[in-house]
Every structure is written in structure tokens, then in C-alpha cells.
Design a protein around this ligand. Structure first.
Ligand code: HEC
Length: 182
């Protein structure tokens, strides 16, 4: 019995190792299993779904609003008055400032990642968005994005990054932040 367990455990470990060493075919990894209804229900703002892939936007909404915590940093402040869960209040996201940036992390200010006048989130095409997340290189000045957890997000699949991008194209547009950080 013990021997069987050891053999099975060994096979499992070998399997994990071979998975780990395989060249990641990011585009082919299946996405998280969620319903479209659930994903869309997580968005705290009205979504423009016109000519968009609902299923993809829903997955992006799930990743953004249930997994990656973009709101904590890209909305200033993240919660509406009376809606701060850290103060024991029932959570209500600051929909008016959703993803408009302007939160300070020391001297670093978070970016507005809502769609620009051409509908491009943070002014980035989908390919540029994926490059930014994968490299951390700020397209505006060539520097390395600070605070932004791109070293973690770069491990996401192409499918997941495309879904996040699709979601960001569907949220309301906001003007860039006007505040400065000390
Ligand atoms: C821990 C805080 C934090 C989290 C979480 C976070 N970001 Fe950021 N992000 C930042 C900051 C700060 C910047 C600006 C960094 C700089 O200028 O050096 C930034 C920059 C960016 C940029 C570059 C924009 C530009 O115009 O240069 C994009 C795109 C972006 N974030 C998208 C996202 C998305 C999408 C998520 C969630 C999946 C996310 N961020 C989560 C803090 C965060």
C-alpha cells in the first residue's frame, strides 16, 4: 500500500516537473471556467458591449474584478464614501473614478487605464498592452513601470490578457488624473 502511494506520488511529481519544464504555449492554455453572466455581474460600471465579444469581456471582468485587484491601485480612492470594506463598511467600489488612475505610491502615480478617445485602454493597442504587461516597459518614456505588478501578470496566458484588454475597452472613459504625487 505504502509502495503504491509512493509510486503514485512519484508519478505525480514527474508529471508536475515535465509540465513545469515544458515551453509554455501561452496561447493554448484554456481560460478560467466562469459563466458570462457571472463575469459581467462583477463589473461595478456600465459596460459598452457593442460589437464586443461578451464571453471575452466577461472573462476579463472576472480576472480584473475577482483576481487581479486592479481597482486597488488604479482607482483613487478605490471605494465610494461609506463603501470601504477595510473600515467594516459594505463594499462599494468608487464607480465614478473607476480605473481613472491618480493613486499615489510615494512619487509614483497610477495610470488612467480607461479607453482614450479612440477606445484604446491607456491609449494602448492590444499588442502594445500585452507588451507592456510582459515587459514592464512604459511605452511613454521607455522606463520600467514601478509598483504595477507586471512581474506577476506577465505569467498570464495570451487569452487572459486579451480578455482583460477586451474588458478595459468596454468600461467608461475617464480623463487622466490631474493630481500630482509628492
Ligand atoms: C499594486 C498596484 C497596482 C495594481 C494591482 C495594478 N496596477 Fe497597473 N499600474 C500601477 C502603477 C503605479 C502604474 C504606473 C507605474 C509607473 O508609472 O511607473 C501602473 C501602470 C499600468 C499600466 C501602464 C499604463 C501606461 O499608460 O503606461 C497598465 C496598462 C496597467 N497598469 C494596467 C493594470 C491592470 C490591467 C491591472 C490589473 C490586471 C493593474 N494594472 C493592476 C499600479 C498597479
Amino acid at each position: 500500500m505504502l509502495k503504491t502511494v509512493i509510486v503514485v506520488a512519484g508519478m505525480f511529481a514527474a508529471c508536475m516537473i515535465s509540465l513545469g519544464s515544458a515551453e509554455p504555449a501561452l496561447a493554448q492554455v484554456p481560460a478560467a471556467e466562469i459563466t458570462t453572466k457571472y463575469g459581467l455581474s462583477l463589473a461595478p460600471v456600465p459596460l459598452d458591449l457593442h460589437r464586443k465579444n461578451r464571453r471575452q469581456v466577461a472573462l476579463g471582468s472576472y480576472l480584473v474584478n475577482a483576481v487581479a485587484g486592479c481597482n486597488d491601485c488604479h482607482t483613487n480612492p478605490p471605494y465610494a464614501p461609506g463603501g470601504n470594506p477595510f473600515l467594516g463598511q459594505p463594499e462599494k467600489i468608487n464607480a465614478n473614478g473607476y480605473f481613472g488612475g491618480g493613486k499615489c505610491f510615494g512619487p509614483i502615480i497610477s495610470a488612467d487605464i480607461t479607453p482614450d478617445s479612440n477606445g484604446l485602454p491607456a491609449g494602448l493597442t492590444r499588442a502594445q498592452f500585452r507588451d507592456v504587461i510582459r515587459t514592464g516597459i512604459d511605452p511613454s518614456d521607455g522606463g520600467i513601470l514601478q509598483v504595477m505588478p507586471w512581474p506577476i501578470f506577465q505569467n498570464m496566458t495570451n487569452g487572459d490578457l486579451n480578455a482583460i484588454y477586451a474588458y478595459l475597452t468596454a468600461i467608461p472613459s475617464l480623463p487622466p488624473p490631474t493630481n500630482t504625487c509628492p
